[in-house]
Design a protein around this ligand. Structure first.
Ligand code: NAD
Length: 515
């Protein structure tokens, strides 16, 4: 369609009916299985992409290793300068890339652009970091001795990413990995190949202009088999995996069994807790964005809503009103707030969850079905759903499972202790939020008796983190941390060096081994 081709040509992706190369390791290639990029809004095939064969993957891994051997000797501030150029190249194409995210993944335009902005932001962070990845000098107990902790480049970092953030997750990893002096090999989601090709074209051009081997930022598009081969490869020093708990559990075991490093960013099952003194003008829109934004396909989407008894019906009435007026349609259209689910499979997941709720006697306050009138029936459009399950028992499947679709379950609580208990009772631990004006409740929420998630917000929705803090979750979300904070420290290997400047050789702890 002309809608698609104008977006694709703006990011330098050929629109003629040809098969695109899905592998980059200094040059473009790809002769494996052909993957289709399907538009979730219209169902049309946007492009065909040739994935990596096992041999092409082996080649890319070897080239990445060579690129690392070169790149680790490039001074960190010089690596930062390359990141700065990547940052400008990306920001020059921000709106076009954002539109590509909307076209291929299905999130609305402002969120697509926001995702590219996040990549730009983390590049800025990486530029600063390139002059601030400081080690430490530690006092030695021995005279004439000094101890230094040195951060050295780690090696080759593989980034396996999920469909729902086809640009930003790679950005978080690339910026830190590149600043740290590593080579990065990206295995994106097989259903968002065009986003990864467009980004790699931009990044590789900057590398090439600077005389840096392109395999410092390699791309291998492929499905499960390519993912498995990457994860098993002993030449990958760290696997940074973003995806579902089920796949992450397998990936974690494989990497652990070969004693590699692994960073897991898995599913979330995030709750918003609304106290009776909450400011409704903040809380209602925050839950609306958290649950309906990205059609419920963020790892940080609000899936559970815990309402204090005193405000429960007022809150639900206000929220329902927003749900009923949500502007649904083409995510590229300016006024749209709700785009499609990414795949048809996600529609079945949505139907399963709604069916389960209905069978269990839940009250469906809004939604519960797909949009089946044209033109929405061409795409994967479902109505955002609010359900009031009969039971708030956290052991029930509906409360324990991440349903990657816009289904929000609500329950009513009596006191904050009960809400925190429910918040913490699920396997996942990614994001959480509390709405209150009471400082005492805030103190409890963010302290030892509070939320056990990695993200513990107050009067801010569960989704939409900035890059400055380390991002990640606890428990079955995998304990990984990416982006800001101390996350960079995982992308280096630490060398603890005790140096003797003296003419004597005393042993630590006063051990006497004199012959
Ligand atoms: P997924 O687990 O299906 O796929 C993730 C990646 O793993 C893809 O690149 C896929 O090709 C690859 N893969 C699949 N099987 C593999 C295997 N056996 N070995 C190695 N790689 C394999 O996830 P998805 O459906 O693309 O993404 C949605 C999930 O990602 C949700 O659970 C969401 O919460 C999670 N997510 C988490 C975060 C976070 O930061 N915590 C961010 C975004 C998404």
């Amino acid at each position: 369609s002309s809608r698609a081709s104008s977006v694709l040509s703006s990011v330098d992706i050929p629109t003629a009916d040809q098969e695109l190369s899905g592998v980059y390791d200094g040059s473009w290639k790809g002769s494996g299985d052909v993957l289709k990029s399907i538009c979730p809004t219209t169902g049309e095939v946007l492009a065909r992409v040739k994935s990596a064969t096992p041999e092409e993957l082996r080649d890319a891994l070897a080239k990445s290793r060579d690129a690392y051997r070169y790149f680790r000797t490039v001074p960190a501030p010089r690596r930062g300068e390359i990141l700065r150029q990547i940052r400008y190249a990306l920001s020059n194409k921000r709106d076009e890339l954002g539109a590509l995210v909307s076209l291929e993944m299905g999130k609305i335009r402002t969120e697509g652009i926001g995702e590219v902005q996040e990549f730009v932001d983390i590049c800025d962070y990486g530029v600063g970091l390139s002059r601030m990845m400081n080690g430490r000098v530690v006092s030695s107990e021995r005279p004439g001795h000094s101890i230094v902790e040195v951060p050295n480049p780690l090696g080759v970092v593989a980034v396996l990413s999920a469909f729902n953030f086809p640009v930003a997750v790679y950005g978080w990893n690339l910026a830190l990995s590149l600043a740290a002096g590593n080579a990065t090999l990206w295995k994106p989601s097989p259903s968002t190949p065009l986003c990864s090709i467009a980004v790699t074209k931009i990044v590789s051009r900057v590398l090439e202009e600077n005389g840096i081997p392109g395999a410092v930022a390699s791309l291998v598009i492929g499905g499960k088999d390519v993912g498995e081969a990457v994860v098993e490869d002993k030449g990958i020093d760290m696997v940074s995996f973003t995806g579902s708990e089920a796949v992450g559990r397998a990936v974690g075991k494989v990497v652990q069994s070969r004693f590699g490093k692994v960073l897991l960013e898995l599913g979330g099952n995030n709750a918003a807790v609304i106290m009776p003194d909450a400011d409704m003008s903040l809380a209602v829109p925050a839950v609306f964005f958290g649950a309906v934004g990205t059609a419920g396909q963020r790892c940080t989407s609000t899936r559970r809503l815990y309402l204090h008894r005193d405000i429960a019906s007022e809150f639900l009435a206000k929220l329902e009103k927003l749900y009923r007026s949500v502007r649904v349609g083409d995510p590229l259209a300016k006024e749209t707030l709700l785009g499609p689910l990414h795949t048809q499979n996600a529609i079945s997941i949505y139907h399963d969850a709604v069916g389960y709720l209905r069978d269990a006697g839940a009250e469906i306050i809004a939604g519960g079905e797909r949009y089946d009138a044209p033109p929405l029936d061409q795409g994967n459009f479902v109505k955002p759903t609010i359900a009031l399950p009969k039971s708030a028992d956290p052991k029930d499947r509906i409360w324990r499972t991440e349903t990657f679709a816009p289904v929000l379950c609500a329950a009513v609580f009596e006191d904050v202790e009960q809400a925190i208990e429910w918040n913490n009772a699920v396997p996942q631990g990614l994001s959480s939020t509390l709405f209150t004006r009471d400082l005492r409740t805030v103190g409890k929420w963010i302290g030892p008796e509070g939320s056990d998630a990695g993200i513990v917000n107050v009067n801010v929705g569960t989704s939409g983190a900035e890059i400055g803090a380390a991002f990640g979750g606890n428990k079955s979300t995998g304990w990984g941390r990416e982006s800001g904070g101390d996350a960079w420290k995982q992308y280096v290997r630490w060398s603890a060096c005790t140096i003797n400047f003296s003419d004597k050789a005393p042993l630590a702890q006063g051990v006497d081994f004199s012959a």
